[in-house]
Design a protein around this ligand. Sequence first.
Ligand code: GYE
Length: 329
Amino acid sequence: MKLVKTLLAASLGALIAASAASAVQAKQITIGFSQIGAESEWRTANTNDVKAAAKAHNINLKFSDAQQKQENQIKAIRTFIAQKVDLIGFVPIVATGWDNVLREAKRAKIPVLVMDRDLTVSDPSLYVAKIGTDSVTEGKKAFEWLDDYVTKNNIKPRNGGDKLNIVILEGTVGASATTGRAKGFNTALKNSPNKDRYKILASQTGDFTRQKGQEVMESFLKSYRNDIDILFAMNDDMALGAIQSIEAAGLKPSKDIIIVSVDGVKGIFQAMKDGKSNVTVECNPLQGDLFFTTAEKILKGESVPKSVFVEEGVYPAEKAAEVLPTRKY
Ligand code: GYE
């Protein structure tokens, strides 16, 4: 009898342990995610991808849109800490100013996984890892494509002078995507054997939006209508806005003014197909799957690389018609 009882107790214990383990396994992961906002076609694609990937990974996603304000992102992160989420993800709108809130997350023992943009913190242990895009390389690819195009096509300054004049539409001030692209572009220009061929005439932020891209290009054209040879727009949306201003000024985008931009959204492929833009350097917004796969590893205690870049290509206008139907964003 005693033996039976012991056996029974033991198997009951095993049963409880087993079901507890499966309960632990089945516990759905909750992740708080703070997105920047919806400033561009790229961002919308990024948000849609994060939401779809969360579903595919069976994650309980608490999604928060900061409407372009760092303070809203900080508030959202604090809310996630209070809610005791399993992991916090966020896209830093600007690179600095995160130390305090990330220290609070660390104290609460909630791991932080950064997506898309880079950040600068005083202590690297304030976040576990970052997945995203390589903006310095994007800027470099943009200049290198341009330099090659100008050389092959023997492009001359429109005003008969000896310099090809470049105007730049920068992204959000303080964002890593802006500083990185500027650094990549300017360094490649400085290192080019043809560097004396170019002059940067003007450079101003268009905040990564179509509307500001249009407005700033309009003001560039007011000052330098007959001098601008090249536009480097740090994203496609600003290039699309600028195309409107170029046409309104009676000039031909892609012919009178060569247009180089970054992202690779459908809108710019359509514009290239229509002969209105020259090239886009891809910046891949489809980072959701990698994000949640990495998050799951972190929560299992596995080690992950501190920084992972997603893959990106370069698409000139002559490929636009062929590539457009295959674009996912
Ligand atoms: O290029 C731009 C967006 O951070 C890489 O942000 C991203 C940039 C992207 O608004 O369109």
